[in-house]
Design a protein around this ligand. Structure first.
Ligand code: FMN
Length: 167
C-alpha cells in the first residue's frame, strides 16, 4: 500500500527552527505542513517524537516556519537527513540566521518568508504530533520566490505552470 506521503502530494517544503531551554537552536525540514486560519493566522505541521526538534518544542513552545525556495533544495535535504542532536545544521547547510522579533528560535535570513509562531496545542495523532502554531510575526524578505514541493524520499518537484478553472 502507498504511504500517505505518496498519496497526498505535492506538499510545500518548509524549514522550521526551534530551540532548547538554554536557547541552543536547531533547524529541520518538514513537509507535513498546512495553513489553518487566515485571521488570526495559524499554521500546523506534524512532527515525529523521534526528532530533536520535538524535544526542543517540548522545552520551548515556539518555532519559526520558513518557506524554502528552489535554491535551498540541497540545504533542506541536509536539514531533513541529519539531526541537531549530532550536528550544527545551520553551519553544515550554510544557513545564516538572525534573532527573531517575538520568539526565541532564530530566523533564517536566506529564506524569503519567515513566520514566527507560538505553539497553542500539540496533540498526538498516530506516530506524529500535530503542532498548531499562532503566527505572531511575519517577515517577507522577498515577495517573489519559487517554493519547492515534496513527494516522498528524494523526490521533489519545482512549481510548474499556473492553471485556472474554465468557469
Ligand atoms: C523533504 C523532507 C520532509 C520532511 N518532513 C517531515 C515532517 O513533516 N515531519 C517530520 O517529523 N519529519 C520530517 N522529515 C524528517 C526530518 O526533517 C529529519 O528526521 C530531521 O533529521 C530531523 O532533524 P532534528 O532531529 O534535528 O529535528 C522530513 C525530511 C525531508 C527531507
Amino acid at each position: 500500500m502507498r504511504s500517505i506521503s505518496e498519496i497526498l502530494f505535492p506538499r510545500p517544503v518548509v524549514l522550521i527552527t526551534t530551540c532548547d531551554a538554554s536557547g541552543k537552536p536547531d533547524v529541520a525540514t518538514f513537509s507535513f505542513v498546512m495553513p489553518v486560519s487566515f485571521s488570526p493566522m495559524y499554521v500546523a505541521f506534524a512532527v515525529s517524537p523521534k526528532r530533536h526538534s520535538f524535544k526542543n518544542l517540548q522545552e520551548v513552545s515556539e518555532f519559526v516556519l520558513h518557506v524554502v525556495p528552489e535554491e535551498l533544495l540541497d540545504a533542506s535535504w541536509v536539514c531533513g537527513t541529519r539531526s541537531g542532536r549530532d550536528v550544527d545544521k545551520f553551519s553544515l547547510a550554510g544557513l545564516r540566521t538572525q534573532p527573531s522579533s517575538k520568539v526565541r528560535p532564530p530566523r533564517i535570513v536566506d529564506c524569503p518568508v519567515q513566520l514566527e509562531c507560538v505553539v497553542e496545542a500539540m496533540p498526538e495523532y498516530g506516530d506524529h504530533y500535530l503542532v498548531i502554531g499562532r503566527v505572531v510575526e511575519v517577515h517577507v524578505e522577498k515577495p517573489e520566490y519559487r517554493p519547492i514541493l515534496h513527494h516522498t524520499g528524494t523526490t521533489f518537484y519545482k512549481v510548474g505552470e499556473k492553471a485556472s478553472p474554465s468557469s
